[in-house]
Design a protein around this ligand. Structure first.
Ligand code: ADP
Ligand code: MG
Ligand code: MG
Length: 878
């Protein structure tokens, strides 16, 4: 197979093979943009290398051929002593993983060629600076040497000279550093720094391949749900130099503001600097707009290129560029990460600019992003809260938590269930676990393109960056701000990722504008661009989707809210909460009943209470279907705790009733209650229980109907495993319905593998199925949902046994297969069988796509997830 592609051979659609960086470098090359020449080694080569711990046969020669071609084009050889070609060796996977993997710059320098570079450039300082950078990056990345060793050495050099900035270091300082760095290599890697240019390059390629499996890369992939087996491509790019002097520099730019979506000039620029310097925050950058003053020609050209890229990619692009002695070079572009709000705005803006159509716009926003827009915001600032300072709002949201200063501490406190805000001068990829654990991130340095900002936006996490007034002291675990303010570890602070404000104390949160819009409290015509954008995309998604969306709601209030959010009925109304509170007494009476009359009396006491509950829901859902599930959990859940009772009896505090209760609790005690006496089994074993519930439903429906409304009751029997169970209950239910004179559909949940496998039979007695995917996942895998999360899921996720918990996203291969079988066989028996799903998966984006594809009629989810399900159902249908 072909493992190497010149930039002129690739294009943006080859991301699988060339990675995002390589594919886009090729695309820019072919667009005629100024990209330094180079070539890409495919991710297939990486996969081979990781699998076999050896490079594929023939790769060496293939790379050699492409390198020779590059050398011919550049008119100099890699590391040529009198005029060296230098290259960068850059990672670049299919999905962008900012800063997670490795890149080595200035490959080709050694004790000889550094002189050639100095002579050719007429800039000795630059040549030695480049050389020490090579040894530093190579040492850290390829030879696995602690990066701090190099950092410390350069800090010492500055200290010895009495200067602050690396700009003040001179040629001799860099010459000295090169010697020091080589010594560090010798002492820590057990070998000399390799001087052969091709050896440097080959070792760097292997290191980049290997960096795919660096712990932080693994962690990032898990967080972002990027498959673990893709591998990374490697790009070999001729070096251009931003560190040649003040007419050189390097920068990053966005074609639109990634936080708001607004078009304009966004980015950061740093004069006389190379590569990572911009994002690493070693010196303060200037806003991109300042480049106009510094170098107008390059600035104009850059703006022109940004427009070309936007029109070509029809999307927000982010860009890395370098200016070498007044000449602009493009080093990277990709469709840029953005905040959720920007995603909605940009999608609609692009429709209005005729760059994309409405379908494409809906495809470009996700349910997860919509969910983020529904997070609460800061409301009024209370008197005891102090506004400390402000930075840049880099990733929106309102985060409140205890201040911590190290990623380790963030993880510790988060594990104890605390909300934390991570404060750092700037973040690096090593901070990732702390960033994941934190509710929000606050840095004192860096702009909207800093590591903290980019990663936080990717994770949808609140971030304020560049709060320069904050003096963060990691060792003392505190930060100080003007006005004698000190934030100590553990102090509660609040950060606003939209405005950049930082508060000492807890700020209360309020509904987001998007939630107010869904609630009907904010009109789409009100002029808020975000709300208008959400409105337009939601309407289009609604017009496209085939799946209906219903709500899981147990009371009138939730039902009403769900309806405002767009619910087309209730897919799951649980009745068990109707047995709680003061009604517990009746359940106890029911369980303790010794005679038929006692039992009937207990049931009769419950019935009117249930009826009232149902009436409220029918009223809220006037005209729409309401699926009511008869009682599902084991009855002992309604009784007092076994231990409490035992203690009471043992200490002689118990009444006669308590003693009888204890007996009942002992009798009902089960080893595996979730597999025990619950669901339909209760209906079969306790005469009159389901009948009472059906009567309450029927009478509620009758009364609501009489009042001029239109109730549509659907009675759902849980945990059915055999059609005979359902037939037994059905007979009782139909009798009650006939007596009251109300019609209702009778159906069942499919939540046991046996039910799925015998769905053809069960459909004989069911007018509808609703997949209870929580229990179905539990019973299919044999996992107890209440226990697994703590017991072993962490380890399973770590090992990649599954990429995501099957309770979160439906396991399509296993549980999904059962769903598929039940859909097919159920419909074969009864073509008009109604099909829905009411587990947690009903609001999960990936699962919604599966339910669409398998042909269900509706999904049902919690009221707050309804907009997400509507959007994803639309996206699934496009
Ligand atoms: P990352 O994926 O972490 O951004 P990159 O491969 O893009 O890593 O490279 C790191 C930095 O080095 C970037 O700022 C990039 O622009 C710069 N860089 C990479 N290759 C070259 C090159 N050939 N010439 C000049 N700068 C380069
Ligand atoms: Mg980059
Ligand atoms: Mg269930």
């Amino acid at each position: 197979p072909k493992y190497v592609y010149d930039f002129t051979e690739g294009n943006k659609d080859l991301k699988d093979l060339l990675g995002g960086k390589g594919a886009n470098l090729a695309e820019m090359t072919n667009l005629g943009l100024p990209v330094p020449p180079g070539f890409t080694i495919t991710s297939a080569a990486c996969r081979y290398y990781l699998d076999h711990e050896a490079m594929p046969e023939g790769l060496d020669e293939e790379v050699g051929r492409y390198l020779s071609a590059l050398e011919r084009e550049m008119g100099r050889r890699l590391g040529q002593p009198d005029d060296p070609l230098l290259v960068s060796v850059r990672s670049g996977a299919k999905f962008s993983m900012p800063g997670m993997m490795e890149t080595v710059l200035n490959i080709g320098l050694n004790d000889e060629s550094v002189h050639g570079l100095a002579e050719r450039s007429g800039n000795e300082r630059f040549a030695w600076d480049s050389y020490r950078r090579l040894i530093q990056m190579f040492g850290k990345t390829v030879l696995d040497i602690e990066g701090d060793l190099f950092e410390t050495a350069i800090d010492e050099a500055k200290e010895a000279k009495g200067v602050e900035s690396d700009l003040d270091l001179e040629t001799d300082d860099f010459k000295g550093l090169v010697q020091t760095y080589k010594k560090i290599v010798r002492e820590n890697a057990g070998r000399e720094f390799p001087t052969d240019p091709r050896e440097q390059m080959d070792l760097a390629i292997k290191a980049v391949f290997g960096s795919w499996n660096a712990p932080r890369a693994i962690l990032y992939r898990r967080q972002e749900r990027i498959p673990a087996d893709l591998g990374t491509a490697v790009n070999i790019v001729a070096m251009v130099f931003g560190n040649l002097g003040m007419d050189s520099g390097t920068g990053v730019a966005f074609t639109r503001d990634p936080a708001s979506g607004q078009q304009g000039v966004y980015g950061d620029y740093l004069q006389n600097a190379q590569g990572e310097d911009v994002v690493a925050g070693i010196r303060s950058t200037v806003p991109l707009a300042d480049l106009e003053q510094i170098d107008k020609r390059s600035y104009d050209e850059l703006l022109q290129i940004m427009e070309t890229l936007e029109n070509h990619y029809r999307d927000l692009c982010d860009i890395e560029f370098t200016i070498e002695s007044g000449k602009l070079w493009m080093l990277q572009t990709r469709v840029g990460k953005r905040t959720a709000a920007a995603a909605f705005r940009i999608a609609v803006q692009l429709v209005d600019q005729n760059l994309i159509d409405a379908d494409e716009a809906v495809r470009r926003v996700t349910g997860d992003q919509l969910a983020q827009l529904m997070f609460p915001r800061f409301g009024e600032i209370a008197d005891d809260v102090k506004t400390i300072t402000a930075g840049m709002g880099a990733s929106p949201g309102a985060a409140v938590g205890k201040a911590v200063f190290t990623p380790g501490r963030a993880v510790e406190l988060a594990d104890d269930g605390e909300d934390v805000i991570l404060l750092r001068r700037e973040t690096s990829p090593d901070d990732l676990n702390g960033m994941i654990a934190a509710r929000g991130i606050l840095t004192s340095r860096g702009g909207k393109t800093s590591h903290a900002a980019v990663v936080a936006r990717g994770m949808g996490k609140t971030c304020v960056c560049g709060a320069e007034e904050l003096d963060i002291d990691v060792r003392a675990r505190q930060a100080t701000a003007p006005g004698d303010v000190t934030i100590k570890e553990g102090d509660v602070i609040s950060i606003d990722g939209t405005t950049g404000a930082v508060y000492l104390g807890e700020v209360a949160v309020v509904d987001s504008p998007v939630v107010q819009y869904f609630e009907g409290a904010l009109s789409a015509a009100g002029g808020d661009e975000l709300v208008t954008s959400v409105d337009r995309l939601m309407r289009h998604a609604d017009s496209r989707r085939r799946l209906a969306v219903r709500a899981n709601a147990d009371n009138g209030e939730d039902a009403a809210r769900a309806r405002r959010f767009g619910a087309q009925g209730i897919g799951l109304c649980r009745t068990e909460h109707m047995f709680l509170g003061e009604r517990r007494q009746y359940v106890e009476d029911l369980i303790l009943a010794e005679t038929r009359d006692d039992r009937r009396a207990a049931l009769q006491a419950l019935e009117p209470l249930q009826k009232q509950d149902f009436k409220e829901i029918f009223e809220a859902m006037d005209g729409l279907p309401v699926t009511i599930r008869l009682i599902d959990p084991p009855l002992h859940e309604f009784l007092p705790d076994l231990t409490d009772l035992t203690v009471k009896v043992a200490t002689g505090d118990a009444s006669a009733d308590d003693e009888r209760l204890l007996e009942a609790v002992r009798r009902l005690h089960e080893q595996n209650p979730m597999l025990g006496l619950r669901g339909v089994r209760l209906g079969v074993v306790i005469p009159g229980l389901f009948g009472m519930q059906v009567r309450a439903i029927a009478e509620a429906a009758a009364e609501v109907r009489e009042a001029g409304r239109e109730p549509h009751a659907e009675i759902m029997i849980p945990l059915v495993g055999a059609v005979q169970e359902l037939e037994f209950i059905r007979e009782e239910a139909e009798k009650v319905l006939a007596e009251v004179g109300v019609e209702a559909l009778i159906g069942t949940m499919i939540e046991l593998p046996r039910a799925a496998m015998t769905a053809g039979q069960i459909a004989e007695a069911a007018e509808f199925f609703s997949f209870g995917t929580n229990d179905l996942t539990q019973t299919t895998w044999g996992f107890s949902r209440d226990d697994v999360e703590s017991a072993f899921f962490g380890r399973y996720l770590e090992l990649g046994i599954f990429g995501v918990s099957p309770f979160e996203t439906l396991d399509v291969d296993g549980v999904g297969r059962l769903v598929r079988i039940a859909v097919e066989e159920g419909r074969a028996t009864r073509p008009d069988l109604k099909l829905g799903i009411c587990g947690e998966h009903g609001g999960d984006p990936d699962s919604v796509h599966f339910f669409h594809e398998v042909g269900l009629d509706y999904v049902s989810c919690s009221p707050f997830r309804i907009p997400v399900a509507r959007l994803e159902a639309g996206r699934a249908a496009i």
